[in-house]
Design a binder for this molecule. Structure first.
Ligand SMILES: Cc1cc2nc3c(=O)[nH]c(=O)nc-3n(C[C@H](O)[C@H](O)[C@H](O)COP(=O)(O)OP(=O)(O)OC[C@H]3O[C@@H](n4cnc5c(N)ncnc54)[C@H](O)[C@@H]3O)c2cc1C
Length: 409
């Protein structure tokens, strides 16, 4: 049986950040990172943006070259799935039967795109987008004048719609809910983003779900529930991910919408941690459990897990944030707006430079910024974190000439 001190399962951003955090405090402890993809840790956001449009080379996607892992003494086992985990014995079984003992393990296995099991979903030309190979397959099928149908109007759906439109394609987005971003952002903001996309040529069909894919061998049309047939050369399903929690389940760890972890990112079993998209964590700012599928959370939770694995005391403390690029709109979002009762616009929607501040009971819950500079972000994050009572200050929040730094006092 092989043995390692730190076993990092997944090999994406959360694992890499954990490895770096561990090395800050344990320079020599044996560390092994196992990933079922054949790639060193890479940056996924460009997959629906620059990389999909052919504006970025593959080498640029990798966070670190092989030499970094050699210097940091991190053994990378690529193209190999961890198939079993015995948390009692502290052993993992890798594809091919190799058994590896460990002292501390991290499960940061991310998520897999939800594949809609409808008639025709196995046809060629029906894609999802999570990996380099997915992006390359879509890129290879894309081309000027061709038609794409995108199922799902979430971040990935809209980013992909923008990239393919920018490549000269005719793009239709089908969303089953009555509007885009139904579980996210207010209707006014979502409407703004939709109009911007429409202005650039994207067609939206909302309130009408996917019924089937049709075609002989490869997809030729997407059929909707209402009976519309949308001819296409390729289709992309972007309806969310499901956390890759099978290993944790096998190991008997507590699950609930992902792997349940405490504020130190430790699972229900001592010595086993989870981070990134797969972790269902206790958000200290909002006092509730969440699973966040964004880059900043993967980075921070990986760092917290790594520090604790190396014997330090670290707790999750970030206001989770995300960004997105859709055509010429750069979006930044932080917090949790799901329960807001008030939305204040700061800036000008007409000029397409503004933030929407979401409040509940006078307290800032979240902000969503479009094309604004970043200097107010740390202040807004502090206001969210400190739960400052801003009742009666909404006029100031909406006034661009007012310096919001003063609200922190
Ligand atoms: C196309 C795309 C665009 C995005 N754009 C943005 C953006 O603009 N802004 C933003 O904030 N976030 C964005 N994200 C989200 C962000 O990339 C993720 O939140 C982040 O990558 C999560 O990191 P992770 O380490 O948790 O998981 P991942 O990066 O998914 O890494 C997990 C790895 O574990 C591997 N694995 C799974 N099971 C096993 C197993 N049993 N054994 C071994 N390996 C296994 C997986 O194959 C994968 O390689 C985007 C994501 C995608 C897909």
């Amino acid at each position: 049986m092989d043995a390692t001190k730190y076993l990092l399962i997944g090999g994406g951003l959360a694992c890499l950040e954990a490895a770096k955090a561990i090395r800050q405090h344990d320079a020599a402890g044996a560390m092994t990172m196992v990933c079922d993809e054949r790639h060193l840790a890479y940056n996924r956001p460009p997959l629906s943006k620059e990389y999909l449009r052919g504006e970025e080379q593959q080498e640029k996607l990798y966070y670190q070259p092989q030499s970094f892992y050699d210097e940091q003494k991190v053994q990378c086992v690529l193209g190999t799935r961890v198939e079993g985990l015995d948390a009692q014995k502290r052993q993992a079984t890798l594809a091919g039967g190799r058994v590896m003992g460990y002292e501390k393990a991290l499960i940061a296995t991310g998520g897999s795109p939800v594949r809609l099991r409808v008639e025709g979903s196995e046809l060629q030309g029906v894609h999802v987008l999570r990996t380099i190979e997915d992006a390359e397959a879509i890129g290879a099928a894309a081309g000027k004048g061709k038609r794409a149908v995108i199922v799902g109007a979430g971040f990935i759906g809209l980013e992909t719609a923008a990239s393919l439109t920018m490549k000269g394609m005719e793009v239709t987005v089908v969303e089953a809910m009555p509007r885009i971003w139904p579980r996210f952002a207010g209707a006014e903001l979502a409407g703004f983003v939709q109009r911007q996309c429409e202005h650039k040529g994207v067609r939206f069909i909302t309130g009408d779900g996917l019924s089937s894919f049709t075609g002989e061998g490869s997809v030729a049309a997407v059929k909707t529930v209402s009976g519309q047939a949308l001819p296409c050369d390729l289709a992309i399903v972007g309806v969310g991910i499901r956390p890759n929690a099978e290993l944790a389940q096998m190991a008997g760890l507590k699950l609930d919408n992902g792997i349940v972890v405490d504020e130190r990112m430790q699972t229900s079993h001592a010595g086993v941690y989870a981070a990134g998209d797969v972790a269902y964590y206790q958000d200290p700012v909002f006092g509730k459990r969440r699973r966040v599928e964004h880059w900043g959370h993967a980075e921070h939770s990986g760092q917290v897990a790594g520090l604790n694995m190396a014997g330090q005391e670290s707790k999750y403390g970030m206001v989770s944030y995300a960004w997105s690029d859709i055509f010429d709109m750069h979006l930044e979002f932080a917090g949790d707006e799901s329960e807001h009762d008030q939305a204040v616009v700061r800036g000008s929607m007409e000029e397409r430079v503004f933030k929407v501040l979401f409040l509940k009971g006078g307290r800032l819950q979240a902000y969503f910024a479009i094309n604004t500079d970043m200097k107010e972000f740390p202040i807004l994050q502090q206001l969210i974190k400190r739960k400052k009572d801003l009742s009666g200050r909404t006029a100031q929040l909406g006034d661009m000439s007012f310096d919001i730094k003063g609200l922190l006092k």
